[in-house]
Design a protein around this ligand. Sequence first.
Ligand code: SF4
Length: 334
Amino acid sequence: MRYLEHGDVVRIDPQRSHVNALYRRSSPSNSLLVTERCDNYCLMCSQPPRADDDRWIVDELRQVIPLLSPETAEIGITGGEPALLGQQLVELVELLKRHVPRTTVHILSNGRRFASPDLARDIGRVRHGDLMIGIPLYSDVPEDHDYVVQARGAFSETVRGVLNLKRYGIRVEIRVVLHAQTYARLPELARFLTRNLLFVDHVALMGLELMGFAKTNLEELWVDPLDYQQQLAEAVAILSHAGMVVSIYNHQLCVLRPELHGFARKSISDWKNTYFEECTGCAKRSACGGFFASSTLRRSRGIAPVGEGDRQTDGMPRAATEVAPDPPAVSGGA
Ligand code: SF4
């Protein structure tokens, strides 16, 4: 418990002699897990859902939220599927607005529950000043998306959910996790977004975290990011030329094509972020987001330190100022 500091919030379980840190004041990556239940069963879920009755979590969060520092830059809300809480999710957003009004709130949701407009309307009525909901969409082909999330009809509900959230003034981010089942049609998905969901606020194209089901289904999911650079570059070009704000999360700069460097963000939460031996002495070390700690399972064959000659005088990768539109601060990193 040496890493605990003044202002942190912990749960103490005397019977099991456990102490869990629920909030670390100095961390930029605090997330509140609000339920472990989910109505998707995604092939690569990093936190596989559990069906247990966990309504006690919301009771606990009613006590935790008033203890958060008002200086907290960002809080994530995650699950499971937070929208399964229904009105209790609305209540949590209200509590965050009341107790930490200057804190960015980023909710990770599969979007399906917002297909019925009531929940989107009620969250919109809270009028939180800095709220975004991150929603995954894995393909422009409904059956492909449904296969990845293992839920028939999910594509239609998710898209209707996005439309309802925007209708009620809530900012939406589309998240695409790149793996062997999703990368091939990435340009087509990008075109779908520009034609149908041009008004979403951010698109995050994300590397795979090898945790949970991603580990179990590794052979079905793994593709070396070097092998989807063409699709990634095409998708980024389509999205950014249409005026959409696009970011690349969870990728190492030495693996990305130079023209993509300006879109890459340091997105991995501090507590699971690491760098490997190759990174020592790499000229892009300070600009590069590094790896998930779980990346020891599989790594790209493109990982290699970059020499000084590949860096601009301002320390940014060459393409950073040439191609990226105004990037948002990383919200709801992985
Ligand atoms: S070698 Fe350099 S660019 Fe590659 S992952 Fe390490 S720090 Fe990033």
